[in-house]
Design a protein around this ligand. Structure first.
Ligand SMILES: Nc1nc2c(ncn2[C@@H]2O[C@H](COP(=O)(O)OP(=O)(O)O)[C@@H](O)[C@H]2O)c(=O)[nH]1
Ligand SMILES: [Mg+2]
Length: 339
């Protein structure tokens, strides 16, 4: 019997712990690798992320060529701390400054394509409390060692921190289980095989990332999975078990707003793919209520879902990367369409 995708394209980070092997695969293929850390007020975690990645994957093994922090205007010490460890730090607003400005993690990931040089880009959230360099090399493994995998996505056990040194195991990923998985099951069951479709850690060849749109906010992961799958199919995708990941947790209302954005992104895509016909305009406002002095007060959050076009459509990008589409990344213009 043929193996299913989940059997053949699911890996464990320990399969890639031989960093010498990864480094020589990288060198043999003539690739360069950039690590992008998107930040918004991450002063408690950013230093350790940079130090570990730099010392293990730049100094000890020349696996990563540059680390770039793209910041959404932190009001804490994030940018100062990052600079003090000698990595490149940008404010997202300063990249391609003539474009309309948006705030959101996806915006930073998209702009990273313009300021980084790597043939492969790794994205890692900057709020990981148990950071380890497996987060980077685990994602790199399949990209470097296989001939067909172009995009890798993390999954893990996500314990929730419920107090000092107290953990509630596997309680994380609530939006995944309550929103994304049901929607994928209904419309795109192939994608249910991604165990953590919303994980903030993924890596891929520039030729993939530059050729897909990026949602500016929390829709970025959902949109990306759907678009890569639609365009190139599951075979170019893989997922890697990174064991445990601990990050800051959001309250239920914040998760509700995240769910709103994800549902909206999803609906936008199913409509675009002509799988659903939505007959009315979908509102941009998420309405929540809170009790203020014994009265229920509505709080309205405008959660418009903008998306950036594929970076290869930006003229400045084409000027900077004149060989776009012909890099060593393997997928050439022309055979980019799905199987
Ligand atoms: N929420 C949010 N996160 C941002 C923004 N810009 C960059 N980030 C970073 O994106 C990463 C993921 O954000 P987070 O709020 O932890 O998302 P979650 O892990 O999905 O709950 C973190 O490293 C943030 O610092 C932004 O405008 N909003
Ligand atoms: Mg987080």
């Amino acid at each position: 019997m043929n193996k299913t995708w989940i059997e053949s394209n699911t890996f464990h980070h320990s399969e890639f712990k031989d960093l010498e092997r990864l480094t020589s695969a990288k060198q043999r293929k003539g690739l360069s690798i950039s690590l992008c850390l998107p930040t918004l007020n991450e002063e408690t975690t950013i230093a350790k992320e940079i130090v570990i990645m730099k010392s293990e994957l730049m100094t000890r093994y020349p696996l990563i060529d540059e680390i770039v922090v793209i910041d959404s205007g932190s009001t804490d010490q994030t940018r100062r701390i990052a600079r003090s460890y000698d990595v490149t730090v940008y404010k997202a607003d300063d990249i391609l400054p003539h474009l309309e400005k948006f705030k959101g993690k996806g915006e930073n990931l998209w702009k990273a394509l313009y300021v980084t040089r790597g043939d492969i880009i790794i994205y890692i959230d900057a709020d990981i409390k148990n950071i380890h360099h497996r987060f980077a090399y685990g994602l790199l493994g399949p990209l470097l060692l296989s001939d067909h995998i172009r995009f890798t996505k993390a999954f893990y056990d996500r314990p929730i921190s419920v107090g000092r040194n107290k953990w509630r195991p596997t309680g994380g990923g609530r939006v995944t289980e309550l929103v994304t998985r049901p929607l994928f099951s209904m419309f795109m069951p192939d994608l249910t095989q991604f165990l953590q479709p919303l994980s903030g850690e993924y890596a891929g060849y520039r030729s993939i990332f530059e050729d897909i749109p990026f949602h500016i906010g929390y829709g970025v992961e959902t949109g990306m999975l759907i678009d890569i799958h639609e365009r190139w199919g599951l075979d170019v995708m893989a997922q890697v078990d990174l064991d445990r990941r601990v990050h800051k947790n959001q309250d239920t209302k914040a998760l509700g707003r995240m769910a709103f954005v994800i549902i909206k992104t999803f609906m936008n895509r199913v409509e675009k793919l002509q799988r659903l016909d939505i007959k009315q305009d979908v509102f941009d406002e998420m309405i929540q209520y809170s009790l203020v002095r014994e009265k229920l007060r509505p709080e309205t959050h405008v959660l418009a879902q903008y998306e950036r076009p594929p970076m290869i459509q930006v003229p400045e990008y084409l000027e900077k990367f004149p060989s776009v589409g012909a890099g060593p990344s393997g997928i050439q213009t022309g055979d980019r369409d799905k199987k």
